[in-house]
Design a protein around this ligand. Structure first.
Ligand code: M6R
Length: 607
């Protein structure tokens, strides 16, 4: 989604803003802009389309000149992508410039009010009301003006504001949308995420909801809504900028697929001590016994991880487990109380629907465990317990290594609970630990499938529609494989529980329809074979993903991809890798923008 950057210091702001915006490109955007104070006025440059257009109109950042500025990459919500709708948005006099992530929900009402005072609007955005409101309420003091604006606006926002009357200051504020302050030497920054400022500093403040930061070159002061000063701890970012660079690969997605063995090792190895799971979670066996239901919520791939988890948790723990899309959860009147343990899964830790689900579950009395990648994110901060996935920065919009590390955390939490609740024999426990420790090596083995999947992609990249089928955990993997393919290659794709095909979907199968059949659930191998025969009889071309110790079915299908046997509950981790490669190569052969697919954003911070 949108990205924010801001700079105040002694250097020229424009090149720093453009550099910061380039690091935020991965979030997804359709236009970009900057505003810089040039000693006389706020000078705004903005352009629809890729950042390259903004770089061109600013002559590679050589103008506007000035040492304070704000910048933005916009992902349209209110108003189509256009130069005018791009941010910064300004007040009528041009003396206030605003960049905004989020949605001002009551903007229509505010717009009507402002129009009644004589204000003229030029854009279709919700953000423009903030610029006009700021000018309207301006009383000579930035803090009190900001507070008055915040009292009027509803919705979610991270805002960076420049006001000509205070040409040495950026005002930064957030509510339900991430914002950080980067601390430099004689210079300071604001950004919507760490990647934007990592070239300049690693010391940051996390801004919390409704906190207002007054940022100057030599100072950063943070206040609450009642003008009380807040002391913040400096957080030192310990990952390198290289981790957020492509490192010789053509795409972040490919790099991140290849990083999976290491990422999973990072997630697992510090948490297995002397052959036992040791989690940084302080839930005692007594507390765990108090839960009679598990709820798992997430969006997109995180939800698919939850689907895998449901099969494992119900089987291993015998506790009813509901997995629900976070966007549905919040409006479904869920049956939750203090005996419910809610697991929220999110790479970014900022997904608006997942955060709202967490808050609703908390309000209903549930205990929250979250599985999150981004340290210090809102979901992590608001949970009772956090299991960080430690996957490192994930830049490609399509998640790969975050998905894999989320699965690893799901396995470890299952084992932690089963052990605490006495639901697993010592023999089974040791077998599971053994499989966990082996997982990074097995992931390296499945990375070798890249050539095979590239070849398969060359057969099918022109297909209009590709189906994925599976049963049990294989069904959950099918959903993820299908989503990967859709999001980056724009190929229409559906995932079906294989047994459900004959209840309607099989009518879509025709001569040559590609069907990817997941067959890693040993106990359902023969059932899957029957479903394969059903689609083959209607002309489908079948790619089967099987275990390397499974019965040979090469005569029954068109292609077989074999993955190592690991543990019946952990096959998702290996089976997904060839599907990630397949999507990647199909997208590449179709000439798609793999890391930044159209219409998508890395972190969905609006509802
Ligand atoms: O940051 P989150 O894990 O909360 O994001 C959830 C989804 O938006 C995300 O998994 C999305 O579906 C990915 N683009 C899938 O590759």
């Amino acid at each position: 989604m949108c990205g924010i950057i801001g700079y105040v210091g002694a250097q020229q702001a424009s090149p720093i803003l453009l550099n910061g915006l380039s690091k935020l490109e991965y979030r997804g955007y359709d236009s970009a802009g900057i505003a810089v104070y040039d000693g006389q006025a706020l000078n705004v440059k903005k352009a629809k389309g890729r950042l390259k257009n903004l770089i061109d109109i600013t002559k590679n950042g050589s103008e506007p000149t000035g040492t304070i500025g704000i910048g933005h990459t916009r992902w349209s919500t209110h108003g189509r992508p256009s130069d005018i709708n791009s941010h910064p948005q300004t007040s009528g006099t041009g003396n206030v410039a605003v960049v905004h992530n989020g949605i001002i929900e009551n903007y229509m009402e505010l717009k009507e009010f402002l129009i009644s005072t004589g204000v003229k609007f030029i854009s279709e955005t919700d953000t423009e009301v903030v610029a006009h409101l700021f000018e309207y309420y301006y009383d000579g003091d930035l803090l009190s003006t900001m507070q008055k604006v915040m009292e009027r606006v509803d919705g979610s926002y991270a805002l960076g504001i420049l006001c000509k009357y205070h040409p040495d200051t950026i005002i930064a504020v957030r509510k339900e949308s991430p914002l950080i302050i980067g601390l430099g030497n004689g210079e300071n920054f604001i950004a919507s995420d760490v990647a934007g400022i990592l070239n300049y500093t690693r010391d940051i403040y996390y801004i919390d909801d409704k906190e207002i930061a007054i940022v100057k070159s030599g100072s950063v002061e943070i206040f609450d809504m009642y003008s009380r000063k807040i002391e913040k701890e400096i957080f030192h970012v310990d990952w390198d900028i290289e981790a957020a660079e492509k490192g010789g690969y053509e795409h972040f997605m490919f790099k991140e697929i290849m990083e999976q063995p290491k990422a999973v090792l990072n997630a697992i190895s510090p948490r297995i001590k002397d052959g036992r799971i040791s989690l940084d979670i302080s839930l005692s066996p007594d507390e765990l016994r108090g839960f009679d239901k598990l709820y798992i919520v997430g969006c997109g791939s995180a939800y698919h991880v939850g689907m895998v988890a449901k099969y494992i948790y119900e089987d291993m723990l015998r506790i009813p487990t509901v997995v629900q899309l976070a966007s549905e959860f919040r409006y479904s009147n869920p049956i939750i109380d203090k005996r419910t343990l809610v697991i929220v899964i999110s790479q970014s830790g900022e997904t608006a629907d997942s955060l709202a689900a967490l808050r609703e579950a908390k309000r209903l009395g549930a205990t929250i465990v979250s599985i999150v990648n981004v340290v210090g994110s809102s979901i992590a901060k608001e949970s009772d317990h956090v299991l960080y996935t430690w996957a490192g920065p994930e830049i490609a919009v399509a998640t790969t290594k975050a998905y894999s590390t989320q699965l690893a955390c799901i396995y470890m939490f299952a084992l932690f609970m089963a052990d605490s609740l006495g639901k697993i024999s010592e023999e089974e426990y040791i077998a599971f630990i053994h499989a966990l420790l082996k997982l990074p090596e097995d992931l390296k083995t499945v990375l070798e499938l890249k050539e095979v999947t590239q070849k398969l992609a060359s057969y099918y990249f022109n297909a209009k529609h590709i189906f994925f089928i599976g049963r049990n955990i294989d069904y959950a993997i099918s959903l993820e494989g299908s989503l990967k393919l859709k999001e980056i290659s724009y190929t229409a794709s559906e995932a079906y529980a294989a047994g459900e095909l004959k209840h309607g979907t099989i009518s879509l199968i025709e001569e040559g329809s590609p069907v990817v059949a997941l067959m890693t659930t040993e106990k359902l191998f023969d059932k899957m074979l029957s479903n394969i025969k059903e689609v083959k009889a209607r002309g489908a071309s079948v790619i089967a993903v099987t275990l390397d110790n499974a019965r040979d079915i090469s005569d029954e299908v068109d292609h077989v991809i074999k993955i190592p046997y690991i543990h019946p509950m952990m096959e998702a981790s290996l089976a997904i890798v060839p599907l990630q490669f397949f999507s990647y190569y199909v997208a590449s052969m179709r000439g798609c923008d793999i890391d930044k697919p159209r219409n998508l954003a890395k972190s969905v911070t609006v509802e």
